[in-house]
Design a protein around this ligand. Sequence first.
Ligand SMILES: NC(=O)c1ccc[n+]([C@@H]2O[C@H](COP(=O)([O-])OP(=O)(O)OC[C@H]3O[C@@H](n4cnc5c(N)ncnc54)[C@H](O)[C@@H]3O)[C@@H](O)[C@H]2O)c1
Length: 328
Amino acid sequence: MSGHTPRRVLVTGGSGFLGHHLVERLRDRGDEVTVFDVSAPRRAACAGVRFVEGDLRDEAALEGAGRGAEVVYHLAAVVGVDQYLARPLDVVDINFSGTRNVLGVAARAGAKVVLASTSEVFGKNPAVPWREDGDRVLGPTTSDRWSYSSSKALAEHLTFAFARRHGLDATVVRYFNVYGPRQRPAYVVSRSVHRALNGRPLVVYDGGRQTRCFTFVDDAVTGTIRAADEPAASGEVFNIGSMAETSVGTVVGLVAELTGTTSVVDVDTTAALGESYEDLGRRVPDNAKAARVLGWRPETSLRDGLVRTIEWARASDWWLALPDSGAG
Ligand SMILES: NC(=O)c1ccc[n+]([C@@H]2O[C@H](COP(=O)([O-])OP(=O)(O)OC[C@H]3O[C@@H](n4cnc5c(N)ncnc54)[C@H](O)[C@@H]3O)[C@@H](O)[C@H]2O)c1
């Protein structure tokens, strides 16, 4: 990017789906990037990027990785319906204690922080579209399904509290159903593409009437970087999501059309995932604040994003060979 002054940045979770795309973009604009992640990148790490393997809960390792950082993008987390049903303890522990460690490291380094949060913090608030200051409406703590939402909300509280106590420059971004190349085949788009290209039937849950606002990964990365670069974003939270509400049935149908798949089966989530799972009817952001303050708008239509995702997947044998991991 012309006119950009290169910065030293730390990306936690840089081996993951969003992290990988973010790291590439930052590296390409000249930033000096360190990735901190518990797992090595699945495919060769980006050339020119330093990789530090470690767990967020190991503060000393994190401190070493973050030394000298000017910006910390905190993306590492336990993510995905299959994960928060199987590992609720890790979800809470890593998303909370890990974030606390990241904020401490950033505060000591005097770095700007961007925290990756989620539309899940709004829970099942029926009053869509959700503005950033909309209410959180959640189910009971006896349902593991809500552990992720609560852990991320606590991470947001921690971030704002650190900002006040330590003068930390921090911004929160809440992503809405991000999809694109490299995503683990555990979410509706990635899983449908993965199944279609492996010659398996596509799956729709509960008739596919639930709606989501699918956001292409390149657009999410742009919003994330703007959150770090824009001074007026300091201390603020932004919805980073498309407002184009699409039913899950429609998106699965589009994947079927674009891959030439004819077989689609319907699954009852209570039977497939158990009582502790509760799907949300609608999930829609109000993204006016991101437009106003960050100048951010999603630019990729769902069809274009799916075409790009499918094209990438067709050429990625390693990804097609991954196991299909659960529901999402
Ligand atoms: N993909 C989406 O649609 C979406 C939506 C809302 C929020 N988010 C948020 O965006 C961020 C990135 O999500 P993603 O989709 O790329 O997920 P991902 O699972 O692909 O990436 C998460 C990364 O964090 C790493 N990690 C997990 N536990 C760790 C630990 N203890 N120490 C160090 N690293 C650890 C994982 O190894 C992984 O590489 C997450 O914070 C997530 O909550 C994503």
